[in-house]
Design a protein around this ligand. Structure first.
Ligand code: PGA
Length: 257
């Protein structure tokens, strides 16, 4: 654990607002920016991924604060006849630095396969965005003892060729923990994150694989953030519900300060 901690990459605390937020929600962004205002050299990166309608507005409003912005999805192609979709280049143009790809809600609601997720991560790289690639097992898969096998398949299927720590983040989000208030035990999180780290080192080489940030997501709250962040190879959090209110999200960020 000692050497792991020494080499640990800078943590990332990311908020995924999902389909929540209107123009008035800028007040939450402003409140969070206010809380982070006097904190020079934050030991973690802070990210908010609002809905696409607010992305440009939030990116502009966050300028001068440590808060970065990201989108929740992108199309695998750079442009074209894809009504309703948004390209990685458009996200970059809106002022964002990150895009979430392969969230379990996209995999379920839109039938996204690992190949689609990989193509989206490649589109993100072309646009010079960092892709947060989400993977996670269902409860039935965990009960069947298939967690590590499922995660290996998702990781290897979704990770683009030549992925680098600078443009890739992995988020482990057990599907059964998202929005349920349930979380895995710290032992279960430790087992999965060590497994993901080993697979990343195999896929990208030991040095690069050690630098990729691996986030935990699924019912992270101020009350459990510190316990989860203390688990080896947990390099941050992907937060849904508790990222919508500045006070709650700051409570989670505080675990990393
Ligand atoms: P949750 O969502 O924090 O509301 O469980 C996490 C996520 O889906 O990213």
């Amino acid at each position: 654990m000692g050497s792991e901690k020494k080499a640990a990459p800078k943590a990332l605390v990311a908020g995924n607002w999902k389909m929540n937020g209107l123009k008035t929600s800028g007040a939450e962004l402003a409140a969070l920016a206010g809380q982070l205002k006097d904190m020079a050299d934050l030991p973690c990166d802070v990210l908010i991924c609002p809905p696409a309608t607010l992305l440009a507005h939030f990116s502009e409003a966050a300028l001068g604060s440590p808060i970065q912005t990201g989108a929740q999805d992108c199309h695998p192609e750079d442009s074209g006849a894809h009504t309703g979709d948004i390209s990685a280049e458009m996200i970059k143009d809106a002022g964002a630095e990150y895009v979430i790809v392969g969230h379990s809600e996209r995999r379920t609601d839109h039938g996204e396969t690992d190949a689609v997720v990989k193509a989206k991560a490649e589109a993100a790289r072309r646009a010079r965005l960092t892709a947060i690639i989400c993977i996670g097992e269902t409860e039935a898969e965990r009960d069947a003892g298939k967690t590590l096998e499922i995660l290996t398949g998702q990781l290897e299927g979704s990770l683009p060729e030549g992925a680098k720590a600078a443009n890739t983040v992995i988020a482990y989000e057990p599907v059964w923990a998202i929005g349920t208030g349930r979380t895995p035990t710290t032992e279960q999180v430790a087992e999965v994150h060590a497994h993901i780290r080993a697979r990343l080192e195999k896929a990208l080489g030991a040095e690069e694989g050690a630098k990729v940030r691996i986030l935990y997501g699924g019912s992270v709250k101020p009350a459990n953030a510190a316990e989860l962040m203390a688990v080896p190879h947990v390099n941050g959090a992907l937060v849904g519900g508790a990222s919508l209110k500045a006070a709650d999200f700051f409570g989670i960020i505080s675990a990393y300060l």
